[in-house]
Design a protein around this ligand. Structure first.
Ligand code: ADP
Length: 173
């Protein structure tokens, strides 16, 4: 997993081609990392999100991903994905894996060389950090994404410690 790095910090500072946003289905901003990304990216990001056509009233269903320009962020793109709500949505592990897969796929389709992820679903949506990390590494370490430099931005030192421990345990399997 040499193309994967773990960083403690604020994802809005990431100098990458694509920053992934843990969005909600309406894609019009919210709390947590979504709010932070929209604050830094500014009005241009909100306007870009409004251009995304809703289907059956939602711009981005759970597990899917959408790409927009990134406004004032250093990144070129924001990839908006919606993670599952733990203990509410059925089969959250499949939905979380889909969120990673669809985000990575969009990055490749748009010729990105680098991508930064937050801990999707691990805030308000309640996904346990260790379970989420295992799913994230499982998807991101696939051969087809080897050309992408993938960084995970963990917001706190304790979150970083959990992700690091999961990463090390997978490497020793
Ligand atoms: P979700 O609704 O998918 O759970 P949240 O935004 O509530 O999304 O939380 C996802 C994760 O992002 C949490 O671990 C939270 O601590 C983290 N987070 C919040 N702000 C930032 C930020 N600026 N940079 C990186 N991670 C952040």
């Amino acid at each position: 997993m040499t193309n994967i790095s773990l960083i403690q910090g604020d994802i809005t500072t990431a100098d990458v081609d694509a920053v992934v946003n843990a969005a909600n289905p309406a894609m019009l901003g919210g709390g947590g990392v979504d709010g932070a990304i929209h604050r830094v990216a500014g009005r241009a990001l909100l306007e870009a999100c409004k251009q995304v056509k809703p289907v059956n009233g939602v711009r981005c269903p759970v597990g899917e991903a959408r790409i927009t320009p990134a406004g004032q962020l250093k990144a070129r793109y924001v990839i908006h994905t919606v993670g599952p709500r733990y203990r509410i949505d059925d089969h959250p592990e499949d939905l979380l894996r889909n969120a990673y897969r669809n985000s990575l796929q969009l990055a490749l389709e748009n010729y990105c060389k680098s991508i930064a992820f937050p801990a999707i679903s691990c805030g308000v949506y309640g996904y346990p950090m260790d379970e989420a990390a295992e799913i994230a590494f499982g998807e991101c370490s696939k051969e087809k994404y080897q050309s992408l430099a993938i960084s995970f931005y963990l917001f706190s030192q304790s979150d970083l410690d959990v992700w690091r421990a999961v990463c090390e345990s997978l490497l020793t399997l």
